[in-house]
Design a protein around this ligand. Structure first.
Ligand SMILES: [Fe+2]
Length: 381
């Protein structure tokens, strides 16, 4: 006797993935909005990115879905015309906002207008919008549109609760978190880096100007005499860091997990992105550029301008940080030392500098000695 287990219906669409889920809930929702979705590896300038009218949110906006973000993080640009305010809105997940251009205010409040607070921001500010509170953005200048970059974990949240409407203007009012002061001065908290070196992270939900922020620690694992600040938003799992490094230098190639959006507050340079053994992609950057290193792709940052470069990395949830040996601080699988890199890397850097009448300031010794010690005092500030 032949036993039949279920039936095969040839009229059904063939699932293209082995688990039968072809489109993330977030992606289907994003496509339904009807505004531009920018894909690829980098955005040359967020200030001039093409936007479209989004009736429901009452503003011009666009989604950014670069390779390495999919299903994990949302990146979105919105614009506020001179002198105008956007409609109040409430999101059920925390959101980090970076001010690409302009000056303005954000008011936040809970149910029944409780706990109303207003934060005033300018170009290069970064702040957290607390989940489950209303917020309203206003442009306080009469002559210049505001452009904001929004970053949150909505795709992951929608994979968990595949009901987009749940996340927008939900009447749930979260209880106040004890001791969570919004928009007060950030505080330094001791931290240890991946190799156990002690430093500080800054805990706060408003940083007024990432272009002039000068509370930096030496970042001794990545070369180029670089300095960094680590930011953790209180009461949230969201975090960020910014690295600063001097002109005519470049950092070591490294790789990690997906979902980091890098935005440039200052500087001129480029980043090389590649998957091990594959073709390399060069992403040029300047103030207002954004890029995302895809999952486990090597990437390497080069400063070819005449001033310090700053890049601000917005982090995905820690589950996605994706360093192979993070727990033991061993970077050997995820970082390429200068001595081990392909000669092309150095040649390309020298060529790019020459086009600008500059020369490399990379010390020869850094290519010979894997334990080369940069002078972090002279490289600082
Ligand atoms: Fe990175």
């Amino acid at each position: 006797m032949v036993e039949t287990w279920g039936t095969l219906d040839s009229s059904e669409d063939v699932a293209t993935t082995h688990i039968g889920i072809n489109v993330y809930t977030y992606d289907a929702w994003m496509q339904s909005v009807g505004i531009p979705i920018h894909t690829g590896f980098f955005i040359p300038d967020l200030r001039t990115l093409e936007l479209g009218w989004w009736e429901e949110r009452g503003c011009h906006a666009a989604f950014i879905q670069l390779m390495g973000q999919e299903g994990i993080i949302e990146a979105r640009v919105s614009e506020i015309p001179p002198g105008e305010s956007l409609p109040p809105f409430k999101l059920s997940v925390d959101e980090v906002v970076y001010v690409v251009e302009g000056r303005g205010l954000t008011s936040v409040w809970g149910a029944g207008d409780s706990r109303r607070q207003t934060v005033e921001w300018q170009k290069h500010s970064i702040f957290l919008l607390e989940r489950n509170r209303f917020h309203q953005f206003s442009n306080t200048r009469g002559d210049l549109p505001v452009r904001l970059l929004h970053y949150n974990y909505l795709p992951l949240a929608m994979s968990t609760i595949p009901d987009p409407a749940f996340f927008f203007n939900n009447p749930y009012d979260a209880p106040e978190v004890e001791g969570r002061e919004f928009y007060s001065e950030a505080k330094a908290v001791p931290r240890a880096d991946r190799r156990g070196r002690r430093g500080f992270l800054w805990r706060g939900n408003f940083f007024p100007d990432m272009q002039s922020w000068d509370q930096l620690d030496s970042n001794e694992s990545r070369g180029a005499g670089g300095h960094s600040v680590y930011i953790q938003f209180p009461g949230s799992e969201m975090s960020s860091h910014m690295s600063v490094f001097a002109p005519q230098l470049y950092k070591k190639a490294h790789r990690h997990g997906p979902g980091r959006v890098i935005v440039i507050p200052a500087g001129e340079g480029y980043t090389i992105l590649w998957e091990e053994g594959k073709e390399k992609i060069v992403a040029p950057w300047q103030e207002g550029s954004a890029l995302v290193p895809p999952n486990r792709w090597f990437h390497q940052h080069f400063n070819v301008g005449g001033a310090k470069a700053r890049y601000l990395a917005l982090h995905p949830p820690r589950q996605f940080h994706g360093y192979t040996d993070e727990s033991v601080g061993d970077l050997s699988n995820d970082q390429i030392e200068y001595a081990d890199e392909e000669p092309w890397v150095r040649e390309k850097f020298e060529e790019e500098l020459a086009k600008r009448g500059l020369t490399s300031l990379m010390p020869d010794q850094a290519y010979k000695d894997r334990d080369y010690e940069w002078d972090y005092r002279t490289a600082a500030q």
